[in-house]
Write a protein that binds this ligand. Structure first.
Ligand code: ZN
Length: 415
């Protein structure tokens, strides 16, 4: 029932708003992002949506429903990209929302609920160091410290928001109350390889994983690499390597049986970092993500106790400090059921899976129940120029989005 050709053309057009020297780059707060949004605004209007921008820079296209007292059904995603990212991450969800509005118009379907299609401001980490700027503000969690954080030119996030036409002085009014969203449903590429490997067109997201980043400092003793006999060494990097390998083994062991668990050491600094010196100090960041809060709680401490016996002869000191922590976000079981039912009515195979990446839904879940529909992407690649989704995948996902919203409109408007 959706017009897949129109949607595909729109994806192609919006993706051409890119830094030509560095495809596909459309960073939030840049003139390119602004130009893309002006085009997007026209597309929203062509789909009969009334467009506004809130104090946090969220671009909102709204269609009234038959029952104005009902809270809105909300869909959307983001149109900013990471540096040298892809053509589908984010824009698919926004343009699919606009396509849903077109389809409703063309089939003269009126919803009971108002419908909002939102292009959330700066879902990717912005140059001010803050991600999910728009959805965070909707949850009332964009605070003064964040608004005053600067980019490399010294411009603050608040100043950046003013520059793009938002009014950060009205940011409090962008906040949406608990239970003010009837349902939030987002279509996104999976950004991983699971659906493609299982040859399934639709993923029904059960959780958005939570995560912890922990700064680990390992103190040994620096010394001459030629003159210090092996039994007398306190090598911080050898201890770090045991920790890195231990984290890899522990996540591999825990993952899959009951929970999704991934752990990564992606950053490591060695001192003195010289070819002829025993490493005296290592600073590293251990990141763990999971759909289980209890796994997040226990992972680092369990890891230390597992590797303790191997590390003991090295006589190093290990200290840990939590940098960030986010809890697991649950998708609503009611929305999961609706997506399952709709996909099966339309003849699409599905599986349940967690999202290992963060999304605006984490914050929008503070305003009402959320759900996410994933479609496969080529080789599971994302956040890179090779990111690709097939027309059939885009079409299937948008059909499921449309019919899920129609079903939710019926079920949620009943008292
Ligand atoms: Zn995204």
């Amino acid at each position: 029932m959706i017009n897949a050709d129109r949607l595909w053309r729109n994806i192609e057009t919006l993706s051409t708003f890119t830094d030509p020297a560095n495809p596909w780059t459309r960073r939030a707060f840049t003139p390119l992002h602004q130009q893309g949004r002006r085009w997007l605004e026209e597309q929203m209007e062509l789909a009969g949506l009334v467009v506004s921008m809130d104090g946090a820079g969220n671009l909102i296209g709204r269609r009234n429903g038959r029952k104005p007292n009902l809270h809105p059904l909300v869909t959307g995603s983001h149109t900013d990209t990471v540096n040298a990212g892809g053509r589908f991450d984010g824009i698919l969800g926004v343009l699919a929302g606009i396509e849903v509005a077109h389809s409703l118009n063309e089939h003269e379907l009126e919803l009971d609920h108002p419908l909002e299609v939102i292009d959330f401001m700066s879902e990717e980490p912005s140059d001010y160091g803050i991600s999910c700027v728009g959805s965070r503000a909707m949850a009332g969690k964009l605070d003064a410290v964040m608004l005053s954080s600067p980019d490399h030119t010294g411009e603050t996030l608040a100043q950046g928001l003013s520059r793009i036409g938002a009014q950060p002085s009205t940011i409090a009014s962008a906040k949406r109350a608990n239970k003010s969203t009837a349902a939030y449903l987002e279509l996104h590429i999976e950004q991983g390889p699971v659906l493609e490997q299982k040859d399934l067109p639709i993923g029904v997201v059960t959780h958005i994983v939570g995560g912890r980043r922990i700064a680990v400092t390992i103190l040994g003793t620096a010394g001459h690499s030629g003159t210090t006999p092996m039994p007398l060494r306190s090598d911080a990097l050898v201890a770090a390597s045991l920790l890195v390998a231990g984290a890899y083994r522990q996540a591999t062991r825990l993952n899959g049986s009951e929970h999704y668990v991934v752990a990564t050491v992606g950053r490591l600094l060695v001192e003195p970092n010289m070819a002829n010196a025993i490493p005296g100090k290592v600073d590293l960041v251990l990141e763990v993500r999971s759909d289980s809060n209890s796994v997040l709680d226990s992972f680092p401490e369990d890891l230390l106790s597992v590797i303790a016996a191997d590390i003991e002869p090295l006589d190093v000191q290990i200290s840990m400090k939590e940098l960030t922590r986010s809890d697991v976000t649950n998708c609503s079981s009611e929305l999961i059921q609706v997506i399952d039912a709709v996909a099966s009515e339309l003849g699409y195979g599905t599986m349940h899976l967690p999202s290992g990446a963060g999304h605006d839904g984490v914050y929008i879940s503070q305003t009402g129940p959320i759900g996410m529909i994933f479609v496969p992407c080529l080789n599971g690649r994302s956040h890179c120029p090779e990111e690709w989704a097939a027309l059939e995948a885009v079409q299937a996902g948008t059909q499921v989005l449309l019919h899920s919203l129609l079903k939710l409109d019926r079920t949620l408007s009943q008292p």
